[in-house]
Design a protein around this ligand. Structure first.
Ligand code: C2E
Ligand code: CA
Ligand code: CA
Length: 666
């Protein structure tokens, strides 16, 4: 390093680094314990020197001055011992260090001068003691001040420098040699102080970097922790947090139940599952941006209704979970869920205009419904499923009767898992007729299950279960094979319909299998109609649409089943290439007396006419219904009036068609 640089780095050692507050803080904190020690060292060494010179030097130099210096040192030492290090205020730290810097000069000058004054008394042994005192004390003090190079250097330079200089001019060879020793020690000490300071400062710097890294890692892991428990869209808790909270609540409530005798907490709470009805079509029609907006405000509305006492999480999709602690009674729950339903029934404002949805709620209470997290969740989910099936937009509280259904369903589930498809499943057939000609339009194949343990189980009970247990594809394959086998003996002009489940429609392999079977059956594909429901298509609209196209490309026909009970969006009709639409029986049953049903049915007829697709009415049971329907233009019908599902049926046209009815007003 060039000399100028050396000098610069030497001068740098005396500077207080305001830009490195952590360095200054470390210096003060190190010195706080060492300075009292330094003063004690000074006192001891100087008293020893005063003692050896007591009868050699004047009273002032051996008693008065040492006494004053001792008092000064003790006062400083005590004040250091009592003072608490000020480590949080950078200005205070700087003023402490400045004071130490000044005091190190003052104390060094005083002691050095006193030592030199004594040098003139006594023999060579006494003078040797002075030189020894100066060197050893300066080195000791420097060690105590090592962390603060400015002070350490000042001490060593003042004391060793002045003594080395003084001895250099003493003219005595021994003292000349001592002066050389002192100069060398001084140079080595300066060198070490500088090196030590540089590595100390670098160490602190890297410690600081490490601390910062640690802080960042901590912050990141806290953020991750938060994200892991938070739903990114709504800012509410997520599914994971919901189950954590549920488990905590159960532990607390179990404790509450144990304490209940002592009049403590009630030990009960309620779990709500809230599902938005009609959200999926809104998302499909208006786009995901609007869907997201609605989910956010639905979450806010639920939070507002619940207030402070409720915990709200988004469990996924359009499903929210609520945990309500310490509710008073079921009336309170009822009031609350009515308010939640009402708040979700209020139209949502969106960029695409107001959107009308509703919320269905399933509720299970601890400990009445279950005492485990999964038990509670499943029961609330079951109550929700019931509310959705029977009364959308309302709430259902899980009750004992549901437990019976659950048991029944689990028996069915079990039975279905073990069912021998070949021997237990069969098909029945129900023709659909052309009302103008009386001829068969198509024959619908309907599945029947005769379980050895459970007896006959209705298809609308076991098909959802087959979906749940993952057996539905096997079942469909089995039934379709039977149907093709059966149809082989039918006249060529008779078409037939086969129902597909949501899970059939969603699986590409199933579609390939069906097409493969049709191609190898030798049956004209046009005779086959696949019936799919809107809800099945909605599970995955794009895949559903694509699979419908695949089936039609192979030559088969596709009918939209149970039309009217789902969301019946015009978009679906517009975007789906279908051949036929089957109006659900719920519109047909009241058709004779209900003008509203009449209007709906008439509108659907007109719409089908415009789209150029066939329209079948399902569930025609009476000739009055048939009359009304024909009056409004019904062309194809299915129902007990014409034929019930059976293993056998006639291929002949209807023997008699009801007479054309009198006029009805709509
Ligand atoms: P769906 O496809 O709407 O079938 C028509 C249902 O209405 C049949 O009930 C039929 O017996 C009944 N039905 C026909 N005419 C009348 C009537 O005039 N009045 C009344 N009250 N009911 C009538 P089923 O056979 O119990 O089937 C119920 C549902 O189970 C079917 O509804 C369909 O969704 C499903 N299903 C039946 N077989 C199959 C199948 O092979 N595969 C799939 N995926 N689902 C099937
Ligand atoms: Ca059907
Ligand atoms: Ca139907």
């Amino acid at each position: 390093m060039p000399l100028t640089e050396q000098v610069k780095s030497f001068v740098e050692l005396f500077r207080l680094r305001r830009d490195r507050p952590e360095l200054l803080r470390a210096q003060v904190s190190g010195l706080t314990g060492q300075i009292p020690m330094m003063y004690l060292l000074l006192v001891t060494n100087s008293l020893a020197l005063a003692y050896t010179h007591y009868d050699q030097a004047p009273f002032f130099l051996t008693v008065v001055l040492p006494a004053i210096l001792t008092v000064l040192c003790l006062v400083r030492s005590i004040s250091w011992m009592r003072a608490k290090a000020v480590l949080d205020d950078p200005e205070a730290i700087i003023s402490v260090l400045k004071r130490i810097r000044i005091m190190s000069v003052v104390v060094s000058v005083l002691f050095a001068a006193w030592g030199l004054a004594l040098y003139y008394y006594g023999d060579s042994l006494h003078r040797g003691h002075v030189a020894y005192f100066a060197s050893i004390t300066a080195i000791g003090c420097t060690l105590c001040l090592f962390q603060f190079p400015a002070a350490a250097l000042l001490v060593v330079i003042v004391v060793l420098g002045s003594y080395a200089g003084f001895f250099a001019f003493s003219g005595t060879p021994v003292y000349l040699a001592i002066s050389l020793n002192m100069g060398t020690v001084l140079a080595v000490i300066v060198y070490f102080i500088r090196n030590y300071y540089l590595s100390f400062s670098a160490l602190l710097q890297s410690q600081l970097v490490l601390e910062e890294k640690h802080r960042q890692t901590l912050e990141l892991s806290q953020q991750n922790e938060k994200l892991a428990h938070c739903d990114a869209l709504t800012g509410l808790a997520n599914r994971r947090d919901y189950f954590n909270c549920l488990n905590t609540m159960i532990t607390e409530a179990e404790r509450g139940l144990r304490d209940a005798g002592r009049g403590l907490k009630s030990g009960r709470f309620a779990v709500f599952l809230i599902d938005l009805d009609g959200f999926k079509p809104v998302n499909d029609v208006h786009g995901h941006m609007v869907g997201d907006e609605i989910l956010i405000s639905a979450g806010q509305r639920i939070c507002t209704v619940l207030g402070e006492g409720g915990y709200v999480a988004r469990l996924g999709g359009d499903e929210f979970g609520v945990i309500l602690r310490d509710y008073d009674n079921e009336d309170m729950l009822e009031g609350l869920f009515s308010r939640i339903c009402a708040s979700l029934n209020t139209p949502f404002e969106s960029v695409g205009g107001p959107v009308q949805l509703s919320g269905t709620v399933g509720i299970a209470t601890f400990p009445a419904a279950a005492r485990t997290a999964t038990g509670l969740f499943e029961r609330a989910d079951f109550a929700l499923y019931h509310a959705k099936r029977n009364n959308r937009g309302t709430a259902v509280l899980f009750a004992a009767r549901h437990e019976t259904i659950i048991r029944q369903e689990s028996r069915i589930e079990q039975g279905l898992r073990q069912a021998e498809l070949e021997s237990e499943m069969s098909l029945v057939f129900q023709p659909l007729y052309n009302l103008e000609t009386g001829e068969i339009y198509s024959v619908e194949a309907l599945a029947r299950w005769n379980s050895p343990e459970l007896g006959f189980v209705a298809p609308d009970v076991f098909f959802p279960m087959a979906e749940k247990t993952g057996r539905v594809n096997d079942l469909t394959r089995n039934l379709f094979n039977r149907l093709l086998h059966e149809v082989a003996s039918w006249p060529d002009h008779i078409g037939f319909s086969f129902n597909l489940s949501a899970h059939d429609l969603a699986v590409p392999e199933m579609m390939n299998w069906l097409i493969h079977r049709i191609k190898h059956s030798g049956i004209e594909p046009r005779r086959i109609t696949f019936e799919v429901t809107e809800t099945a298509i909605l599970r995955d609209f794009d895949a559903g649409r694509q699979h419908i196209d695949t089936l039609r490309q192979c030559g088969a026909r596709v009918a939209l089943d149970d039309f009217g009970i789902g969301f019946s969006s015009l978009r679906y009709l517009h975007e789906l290439d279908i051949d036929c639409l089957k109006i659900d029986r719920s519109f047909i049953t009241p058709i004779v007396t209900n003008p509203r049903s009449q209007r709906i049915v008439k509108t659907v007829f007109d719409m089908c006419e415009n789209f150029g697709i066939d329209c079948v009415v399902e569930g025609v049971e009476t000739s009055e219904q048939c009359d009304v329907l024909r009056h409004f233009g019904a062309r194809y019908a299915q129902g007990y009036l014409f034929a019930r599902p059976a293993t056998e049926f006639s291929f002949e046209p209807l023997a008699s068609l009801p007479a054309q009815p009198v006029l009805f007003k709509v």
